[in-house]
Design a protein around this ligand. Structure first.
Ligand code: PEP
Ligand code: MN
Length: 338
Protein backbone atom coordinates (compact mmCIF):
# COMPACT_ATOMS: atom_id res chain seq x y z
CA UNK A 1 0.00 0.00 0.00
CA UNK A 2 1.13 3.53 -0.76
CA UNK A 3 -0.35 6.63 0.85
CA UNK A 4 -0.20 9.71 -1.35
CA UNK A 5 -0.47 12.99 0.58
CA UNK A 6 -2.09 16.20 -0.70
CA UNK A 7 0.17 18.80 -2.22
CA UNK A 8 -0.77 21.08 0.70
CA UNK A 9 -0.34 18.44 3.42
CA UNK A 10 1.50 19.72 6.47
CA UNK A 11 4.47 18.07 8.16
CA UNK A 12 2.25 17.35 11.14
CA UNK A 13 -0.28 15.49 8.97
CA UNK A 14 2.50 13.40 7.38
CA UNK A 15 3.86 12.51 10.80
CA UNK A 16 0.42 11.48 12.06
CA UNK A 17 0.01 9.05 9.16
CA UNK A 18 3.47 7.58 9.81
CA UNK A 19 2.70 7.28 13.53
CA UNK A 20 -0.58 5.44 12.79
CA UNK A 21 1.27 2.95 10.59
CA UNK A 22 4.08 2.41 13.09
CA UNK A 23 1.54 1.86 15.84
CA UNK A 24 -0.01 -0.94 13.77
CA UNK A 25 3.41 -2.57 13.35
CA UNK A 26 4.28 -1.50 9.78
CA UNK A 27 7.40 0.20 8.41
CA UNK A 28 6.68 3.56 6.79
CA UNK A 29 9.11 4.71 4.09
CA UNK A 30 8.78 8.36 3.24
CA UNK A 31 9.53 9.84 -0.16
CA UNK A 32 9.35 13.62 -0.32
CA UNK A 33 9.00 14.67 -3.93
CA UNK A 34 8.94 18.13 -5.46
CA UNK A 35 5.16 18.39 -5.28
CA UNK A 36 3.98 15.84 -2.74
CA UNK A 37 4.98 13.34 -0.08
CA UNK A 38 4.34 9.64 -0.60
CA UNK A 39 4.48 7.07 2.19
CA UNK A 40 5.26 3.46 1.31
CA UNK A 41 3.92 0.86 3.71
CA UNK A 42 6.01 -2.27 4.03
CA UNK A 43 6.40 -5.15 6.42
CA UNK A 44 4.12 -7.80 7.79
CA UNK A 45 1.95 -7.15 10.82
CA UNK A 46 -0.77 -9.02 12.66
CA UNK A 47 -3.16 -6.05 12.39
CA UNK A 48 -4.66 -5.88 8.92
CA UNK A 49 -4.72 -2.48 7.27
CA UNK A 50 -7.99 -0.90 6.22
CA UNK A 51 -7.24 1.68 3.50
CA UNK A 52 -10.32 3.70 4.49
CA UNK A 53 -8.84 4.45 7.91
CA UNK A 54 -6.05 6.32 6.11
CA UNK A 55 -8.16 7.83 3.34
CA UNK A 56 -10.09 9.87 5.92
CA UNK A 57 -6.99 11.19 7.68
CA UNK A 58 -6.31 14.92 7.16
CA UNK A 59 -3.82 15.65 4.39
CA UNK A 60 -4.25 12.29 2.62
CA UNK A 61 -4.95 12.50 -1.12
CA UNK A 62 -5.38 8.79 -1.87
CA UNK A 63 -4.42 5.30 -0.79
CA UNK A 64 -3.12 3.12 -3.61
CA UNK A 65 -3.06 -0.66 -3.28
CA UNK A 66 0.05 -1.97 -4.99
CA UNK A 67 -0.40 -5.22 -6.82
CA UNK A 68 3.26 -5.63 -7.81
CA UNK A 69 5.38 -7.47 -5.24
CA UNK A 70 7.91 -4.61 -5.20
CA UNK A 71 6.95 -1.33 -3.59
CA UNK A 72 9.85 0.97 -2.67
CA UNK A 73 11.68 0.27 -5.93
CA UNK A 74 8.55 1.01 -8.00
CA UNK A 75 7.47 4.26 -9.65
CA UNK A 76 4.15 4.39 -7.80
CA UNK A 77 5.99 4.96 -4.54
CA UNK A 78 8.28 7.57 -6.09
CA UNK A 79 7.25 9.01 -9.46
CA UNK A 80 10.38 11.19 -9.86
CA UNK A 81 13.72 9.69 -10.94
CA UNK A 82 16.12 8.98 -8.10
CA UNK A 83 19.41 10.82 -8.41
CA UNK A 84 22.31 9.39 -6.44
CA UNK A 85 24.95 11.98 -5.60
CA UNK A 86 28.57 11.08 -4.98
CA UNK A 87 30.48 14.31 -4.49
CA UNK A 88 29.77 16.28 -7.66
CA UNK A 89 28.76 13.18 -9.63
CA UNK A 90 24.99 12.73 -10.09
CA UNK A 91 23.84 9.28 -11.20
CA UNK A 92 20.34 9.28 -12.71
CA UNK A 93 20.36 12.90 -13.88
CA UNK A 94 20.72 14.31 -17.40
CA UNK A 95 24.41 13.45 -17.63
CA UNK A 96 25.29 9.85 -18.44
CA UNK A 97 28.01 8.68 -16.06
CA UNK A 98 30.98 6.60 -17.24
CA UNK A 99 32.56 3.97 -14.99
CA UNK A 100 35.75 2.39 -16.31
CA UNK A 101 38.75 0.40 -15.18
CA UNK A 102 40.21 -3.07 -15.21
CA UNK A 103 38.23 -6.20 -14.38
CA UNK A 104 40.59 -6.85 -11.47
CA UNK A 105 43.04 -4.59 -9.67
CA UNK A 106 46.42 -6.22 -10.37
CA UNK A 107 48.85 -3.61 -9.01
CA UNK A 108 48.95 0.10 -8.21
CA UNK A 109 50.94 0.71 -11.39
CA UNK A 110 48.43 -1.13 -13.60
CA UNK A 111 45.55 0.80 -12.06
CA UNK A 112 47.38 4.12 -12.37
CA UNK A 113 48.05 3.68 -16.08
CA UNK A 114 44.42 2.79 -16.78
CA UNK A 115 42.92 5.49 -14.51
CA UNK A 116 45.15 8.16 -16.06
CA UNK A 117 43.75 7.48 -19.51
CA UNK A 118 40.09 6.80 -18.73
CA UNK A 119 39.82 9.89 -16.50
CA UNK A 120 41.38 12.01 -19.26
CA UNK A 121 38.71 10.78 -21.68
CA UNK A 122 35.83 11.49 -19.28
CA UNK A 123 35.27 8.55 -16.89
CA UNK A 124 34.08 9.81 -13.50
CA UNK A 125 34.24 6.50 -11.64
CA UNK A 126 37.08 4.02 -11.38
CA UNK A 127 36.05 0.36 -11.33
CA UNK A 128 38.17 -2.65 -10.42
CA UNK A 129 37.66 -5.85 -8.47
CA UNK A 130 39.63 -6.48 -5.29
CA UNK A 131 37.48 -9.48 -4.36
CA UNK A 132 36.80 -11.43 -7.55
CA UNK A 133 33.95 -13.93 -7.99
CA UNK A 134 35.81 -16.30 -10.34
CA UNK A 135 34.13 -19.34 -11.83
CA UNK A 136 37.19 -21.45 -11.02
CA UNK A 137 38.72 -21.54 -7.53
CA UNK A 138 42.16 -21.76 -9.19
CA UNK A 139 41.76 -18.45 -11.08
CA UNK A 140 43.10 -15.15 -9.69
CA UNK A 141 40.89 -14.24 -6.73
CA UNK A 142 41.89 -10.57 -6.37
CA UNK A 143 44.26 -8.62 -4.13
CA UNK A 144 41.74 -8.15 -1.29
CA UNK A 145 42.37 -5.14 0.99
CA UNK A 146 45.58 -4.25 -0.86
CA UNK A 147 43.47 -3.84 -4.02
CA UNK A 148 40.99 -1.62 -2.16
CA UNK A 149 43.87 0.61 -1.02
CA UNK A 150 45.14 0.95 -4.59
CA UNK A 151 41.64 1.85 -5.77
CA UNK A 152 41.19 4.60 -3.20
CA UNK A 153 44.65 6.04 -3.71
CA UNK A 154 44.54 6.02 -7.51
CA UNK A 155 40.91 7.19 -7.59
CA UNK A 156 41.79 10.19 -5.41
CA UNK A 157 44.85 10.90 -7.53
CA UNK A 158 42.67 11.37 -10.64
CA UNK A 159 39.60 12.87 -8.92
CA UNK A 160 37.52 9.74 -9.56
CA UNK A 161 34.97 8.07 -7.33
CA UNK A 162 35.49 4.35 -6.75
CA UNK A 163 33.20 1.34 -7.29
CA UNK A 164 34.12 -2.22 -6.35
CA UNK A 165 32.45 -5.51 -5.57
CA UNK A 166 31.51 -6.80 -2.15
CA UNK A 167 31.12 -10.58 -2.26
CA UNK A 168 30.09 -11.37 1.27
CA UNK A 169 28.48 -9.84 4.35
CA UNK A 170 31.77 -10.14 6.25
CA UNK A 171 33.44 -7.77 3.73
CA UNK A 172 30.88 -4.93 3.85
CA UNK A 173 32.59 -2.85 6.51
CA UNK A 174 36.00 -3.18 4.88
CA UNK A 175 34.81 -2.41 1.34
CA UNK A 176 32.66 0.52 2.52
CA UNK A 177 35.77 2.06 4.13
CA UNK A 178 37.42 2.45 0.70
CA UNK A 179 34.66 2.52 -1.93
CA UNK A 180 32.04 5.13 -2.87
CA UNK A 181 29.68 2.56 -4.41
CA UNK A 182 29.44 -1.09 -3.39
CA UNK A 183 28.80 -3.47 -6.26
CA UNK A 184 26.74 -6.63 -5.85
CA UNK A 185 27.87 -9.07 -8.52
CA UNK A 186 25.58 -11.07 -10.77
CA UNK A 187 26.30 -14.27 -8.83
CA UNK A 188 25.16 -12.61 -5.61
CA UNK A 189 21.98 -10.93 -6.83
CA UNK A 190 19.90 -13.28 -4.70
CA UNK A 191 22.23 -13.51 -1.73
CA UNK A 192 19.50 -12.20 0.54
CA UNK A 193 21.67 -12.04 3.65
CA UNK A 194 24.11 -9.77 1.80
CA UNK A 195 21.26 -7.63 0.43
CA UNK A 196 19.69 -7.21 3.88
CA UNK A 197 23.01 -6.18 5.38
CA UNK A 198 23.58 -3.66 2.57
CA UNK A 199 20.19 -2.19 3.48
CA UNK A 200 21.64 -1.16 6.81
CA UNK A 201 24.57 0.87 5.47
CA UNK A 202 24.48 4.40 4.10
CA UNK A 203 26.49 3.98 0.91
CA UNK A 204 25.10 3.56 -2.62
CA UNK A 205 24.80 0.02 -3.95
CA UNK A 206 24.96 -1.09 -7.60
CA UNK A 207 22.97 -4.28 -8.07
CA UNK A 208 24.00 -6.33 -11.07
CA UNK A 209 21.40 -8.52 -12.77
CA UNK A 210 21.69 -12.21 -11.93
CA UNK A 211 22.89 -14.63 -14.60
CA UNK A 212 19.37 -15.86 -15.25
CA UNK A 213 17.25 -13.42 -13.28
CA UNK A 214 13.93 -12.06 -14.48
CA UNK A 215 13.36 -8.32 -14.17
CA UNK A 216 10.84 -8.96 -11.39
CA UNK A 217 13.37 -10.98 -9.37
CA UNK A 218 15.91 -8.20 -9.90
CA UNK A 219 13.42 -5.57 -8.70
CA UNK A 220 12.74 -7.66 -5.59
CA UNK A 221 16.45 -7.86 -4.84
CA UNK A 222 16.58 -4.04 -4.93
CA UNK A 223 13.54 -4.07 -2.66
CA UNK A 224 15.49 -6.14 -0.10
CA UNK A 225 18.16 -3.42 0.13
CA UNK A 226 15.62 -0.59 0.23
CA UNK A 227 13.42 -2.26 2.85
CA UNK A 228 16.38 -2.01 5.23
CA UNK A 229 16.42 1.78 4.79
CA UNK A 230 19.14 2.23 2.13
CA UNK A 231 17.34 3.85 -0.81
CA UNK A 232 20.48 4.62 -2.85
CA UNK A 233 20.31 1.64 -5.17
CA UNK A 234 21.11 1.49 -8.90
CA UNK A 235 20.65 -1.42 -11.28
CA UNK A 236 23.25 -2.76 -13.72
CA UNK A 237 22.29 -4.79 -16.80
CA UNK A 238 25.25 -7.08 -17.56
CA UNK A 239 23.71 -9.66 -19.85
CA UNK A 240 21.83 -12.84 -19.09
CA UNK A 241 22.41 -16.46 -19.96
CA UNK A 242 20.55 -17.67 -23.04
CA UNK A 243 21.05 -20.48 -25.56
CA UNK A 244 23.12 -18.14 -27.73
CA UNK A 245 26.85 -18.75 -27.57
CA UNK A 246 28.29 -16.28 -30.06
CA UNK A 247 28.57 -14.01 -27.04
CA UNK A 248 29.43 -14.74 -23.40
CA UNK A 249 26.02 -13.43 -22.32
CA UNK A 250 23.04 -11.89 -24.10
CA UNK A 251 22.91 -8.17 -23.37
CA UNK A 252 19.26 -7.40 -22.66
CA UNK A 253 18.94 -3.84 -23.94
CA UNK A 254 15.15 -3.95 -23.49
CA UNK A 255 15.67 -4.24 -19.73
CA UNK A 256 16.77 -0.58 -19.77
CA UNK A 257 13.47 1.01 -20.89
CA UNK A 258 11.54 -1.54 -18.80
CA UNK A 259 13.40 -0.60 -15.62
CA UNK A 260 13.07 3.11 -16.45
CA UNK A 261 9.31 2.63 -16.72
CA UNK A 262 8.63 0.54 -13.63
CA UNK A 263 11.31 1.97 -11.31
CA UNK A 264 12.63 5.38 -10.32
CA UNK A 265 16.11 3.98 -9.68
CA UNK A 266 19.02 4.60 -12.10
CA UNK A 267 20.22 1.85 -14.43
CA UNK A 268 23.76 1.34 -15.64
CA UNK A 269 24.73 -0.86 -18.62
CA UNK A 270 27.80 -3.10 -18.62
CA UNK A 271 28.47 -4.18 -22.22
CA UNK A 272 31.81 -5.77 -21.22
CA UNK A 273 30.23 -8.64 -19.29
CA UNK A 274 27.12 -8.29 -21.46
CA UNK A 275 29.00 -9.49 -24.54
CA UNK A 276 32.37 -10.85 -23.36
CA UNK A 277 34.02 -9.72 -26.60
CA UNK A 278 35.96 -6.50 -27.09
CA UNK A 279 34.62 -5.80 -30.58
CA UNK A 280 31.00 -5.97 -29.38
CA UNK A 281 31.44 -3.62 -26.43
CA UNK A 282 31.27 -0.26 -28.25
CA UNK A 283 28.19 -1.13 -30.37
CA UNK A 284 26.31 -2.28 -27.27
CA UNK A 285 27.40 0.80 -25.30
CA UNK A 286 25.97 2.93 -28.12
CA UNK A 287 22.72 0.93 -27.99
CA UNK A 288 22.50 1.22 -24.19
CA UNK A 289 22.85 5.00 -24.29
CA UNK A 290 20.22 5.21 -27.04
CA UNK A 291 17.92 2.99 -24.92
CA UNK A 292 18.14 5.36 -21.94
CA UNK A 293 20.88 4.01 -19.66
CA UNK A 294 21.98 6.42 -16.92
CA UNK A 295 25.55 5.16 -17.03
CA UNK A 296 27.94 2.84 -18.80
CA UNK A 297 30.43 0.58 -17.05
CA UNK A 298 33.24 -0.87 -19.14
CA UNK A 299 36.41 -2.82 -18.55
CA UNK A 300 39.57 -1.17 -19.87
CA UNK A 301 43.12 -2.56 -19.81
CA UNK A 302 46.34 -1.18 -21.34
CA UNK A 303 47.65 -4.73 -21.88
CA UNK A 304 44.59 -6.96 -22.14
CA UNK A 305 46.69 -9.83 -23.57
CA UNK A 306 48.28 -10.30 -20.14
CA UNK A 307 45.33 -9.24 -17.96
CA UNK A 308 44.70 -11.55 -15.01
CA UNK A 309 40.98 -11.62 -15.80
CA UNK A 310 38.59 -10.74 -18.62
CA UNK A 311 41.26 -9.56 -21.06
CA UNK A 312 39.22 -10.53 -24.18
CA UNK A 313 36.40 -8.17 -23.21
CA UNK A 314 38.59 -5.26 -22.06
CA UNK A 315 38.85 -2.19 -24.29
CA UNK A 316 42.22 -0.63 -25.10
CA UNK A 317 42.41 2.93 -23.73
CA UNK A 318 42.24 4.33 -27.30
CA UNK A 319 39.02 2.38 -27.87
CA UNK A 320 37.59 3.89 -24.72
CA UNK A 321 38.37 7.34 -26.14
CA UNK A 322 36.66 6.40 -29.41
CA UNK A 323 33.61 5.11 -27.55
CA UNK A 324 33.32 8.36 -25.57
CA UNK A 325 33.47 10.39 -28.77
CA UNK A 326 30.61 8.35 -30.24
CA UNK A 327 28.49 8.48 -27.06
CA UNK A 328 28.87 12.27 -27.01
CA UNK A 329 27.13 12.37 -30.40
CA UNK A 330 24.35 9.91 -29.50
CA UNK A 331 23.39 11.29 -26.05
CA UNK A 332 22.05 14.70 -27.23
CA UNK A 333 19.61 12.92 -29.57
CA UNK A 334 17.70 11.80 -26.45
CA UNK A 335 18.25 14.96 -24.42
CA UNK A 336 21.23 13.67 -22.44
CA UNK A 337 24.91 14.55 -22.17
CA UNK A 338 28.03 12.45 -21.68
C1 PEP B 1 32.54 -7.39 -12.44
O1 PEP B 1 31.93 -6.39 -12.79
O2 PEP B 1 33.73 -7.36 -12.10
C2 PEP B 1 31.88 -8.71 -12.43
C3 PEP B 1 32.43 -9.77 -11.87
O3 PEP B 1 30.69 -8.70 -13.07
P1 PEP B 1 29.43 -9.72 -12.96
O4 PEP B 1 29.11 -9.85 -11.51
O5 PEP B 1 28.39 -8.99 -13.75
O6 PEP B 1 29.86 -11.00 -13.60
MN1 MN C 1 35.20 -8.81 -15.36
Amino acid sequence: MVIVMNEQATEDQVEKVIAALTQKGYDAHRSTGTTRTVIGVVGASKSPLDPREFEIMPGVHEVVKITEPYKLAGRIFKPEDTIINIGDIAIGGRAIVLMAGPCAVESEKQLDIIAASVSRYGARLLRGGAFKPRTSPYAFQGLGEEGLKHLRKVGDRYGMAVITEVMDTSQIELVARYADILQVGARNMQNFTLLKDLGRIRKPVMLKRGLSATIQEWMLSAEYIMAGGNHDVMFCERGIRTFENFTRNTMDISAIPIIKKISHLPIIADPSHGTGLRDKVIPMARAAVAAGADGIMVEVHHEPEVALSDGPQSLYPEQFAEMMAQLRIIAPAIGRTV
